[in-house]
Design a protein around this ligand. Structure first.
Ligand code: APR
Length: 382
């Protein structure tokens, strides 16, 4: 199961079925109805003629003919009449009938336009909210990939207020990655006439190992190690290194900075893989696997691949989707990302938008995805 939003012409969608916002005659019209009939060819109209129409709120299925989609599900939305003539219930029924008809026909992927969002005059924001809420209800009990296809450039997804709040957060936090590269090049400028060639780090100096200052002896966990013994310092002074990496961990000395068990448990934490941490957090949250992957907008097959492979490395959007599903605070989100080899970056608008919602404790992935879509960023989950 998954729920995506794309900007596209629905006639181009390579899915099992596309949904047509038809009128009750099913004999074609303008808008998306006209576009689908044009792309499908005359066979579609011939088959529609045999159906004998469709009442508002219901759905009928035909083949897809020349469309990339195998089927077309024709549904008829309500004409907007101010909102007090049962329009909402009819619109919900149109989505539900289409989805039920799809599942009855073994359809596994389906794309919808915004039913009644054009000529029938339904206010687009409300029409989208109704569509999204019907999709989410249906996905609680069904396994189907749903895509909402937006066609025109209107920005009607996130409400204006939310959009401006997110934009302000981006403005406050976004660091242009070119600026970052330029400033680090300036930092290296003493070594290079111009910025270091892309990807080229200053060559490690050859010769005896560098003198290590106390600061440099920071350990894995960012703490200054206690002063080394005189003998160890002698080694350092002579700059002679004895490779101790294969020696068993000794309990780290003095003033109880941390005991061996503390270090071992911290090292175990470092060793915990992404999928091990994911499973641990699911247990700690007391939710089921399916609750987790549905909230993450991840399909079941993908989840079981992650769960069964301790070495699995997910995409960043997948890792973030699970952090949202588990409602992790920022620090734990960063920790889960690190396990997958990523970090939140202020030179990524997508990361900043996700960080905005985490700081707001808003963990609804569909709301976050609408915002990501609004800012042309990749969505979370599959
Ligand atoms: N792909 C995806 N979406 C599209 C496309 C397309 N090619 N063309 C239009 N849309 C969008 C519109 O931007 C709108 O958001 O589909 C949504 C529904 O608009 P309409 O097609 O006008 O459908 P609707 O509002 O339900 O009115 C249905 O219009 O076309 C006639 O015969 C149809 O009488 C029926 C009425």
């Amino acid at each position: 199961m998954s729920l995506n939003i794309v900007r596209n012409d629905i006639t181009k969608m390579k899915v099992d079925a596309i949904v047509n916002a038809a009128n009750s005659s099913l004999l074609g019209g303008g808008g998306v109805d006209g576009a689908i009939h044009n792309a499908a060819g005359p066979g579609l109209l011939e088959e529609c003629r045999t159906i004998g129409g469709c009442p508002a709120g219901e759905a009928r299925i035909t083949k897809g003919y020349d469309l990339p989609a195998k089927f077309v599900i024709h549904t008829v939305g309500p004409v907007w009449n101010g909102g007090n003539s049962g329009e909402e219930e009819l619109l919900r029924k149109a989505y539900r009938s289409s989805l039920e008809l799809a599942v009855e026909n073994g359809i596994e992927s389906i794309a919808f336009p915004i039913i009644s969002g054009g000529a029938y005059g339904y206010p687009k924001r409300e029409a989208i909210d109704i569509a999204m809420s019907e999709f989410r209800t249906f996905l609680e009990d069904h396994d189907i990939a749903i895509t909402l296809v937006l066609y025109d450039r209107d920005s009607y997804l996130t409400g204006l207020d939310l959009r401006s709040r997110i934009q302000a957060f981006i403005d406050d936090n976004y660091v242009d990655e070119h600026f970052v590269a330029r400033s680090s090049a300036e930092r290296f400028s003493g070594m290079y006439r111009s910025a270091p060639p892309a990807g080229h780090m200053p060559a490690a100096k050859s010769g005896p190992a560098p003198k290590y200052s106390r600061k440099k002896r920071e350990n894995l966990f960012g703490r200054i190690l206690p002063k080394r013994s005189e003998e160890a310092d002698e080694e350092l002074k002579e700059e002679r290194y004895i490779d101790r990496s294969n020696e068993p961990l000794k309990s780290i000395t003095v003033d109880g900075m941390y005991s061996l068990s503390d270090l071992e448990s911290r090292l175990r934490e470092v060793d915990e893989s992404f999928s091990q941490m994911l499973i641990r957090k699911i247990d700690e949250k007391g939710i089921t696997d399916s609750e987790c992957y549905k909230r993450a907008n991840i399909d079941r097959k993908h989840f079981s691949k992650i769960k069964n492979d301790p070495a699995y490395k997910p995409r960043k959007q997948t890792a973030l989707a699970f952090a949202v599903a588990l409602e992790l605070p920022l620090a734990e989100t960063e920790e889960l990302l690190r396990k997958a080899g990523f970090a939140l970056s202020h030179s990524s608008k997508s990361d900043i938008i996700v960080e905005y919602f985490i700081r707001q404790h808003t963990y609804d992935i569909f709301t976050i995805n609408e915002a990501l879509f609004e800012f042309d960023q990749p969505l979370l989950g599959t």
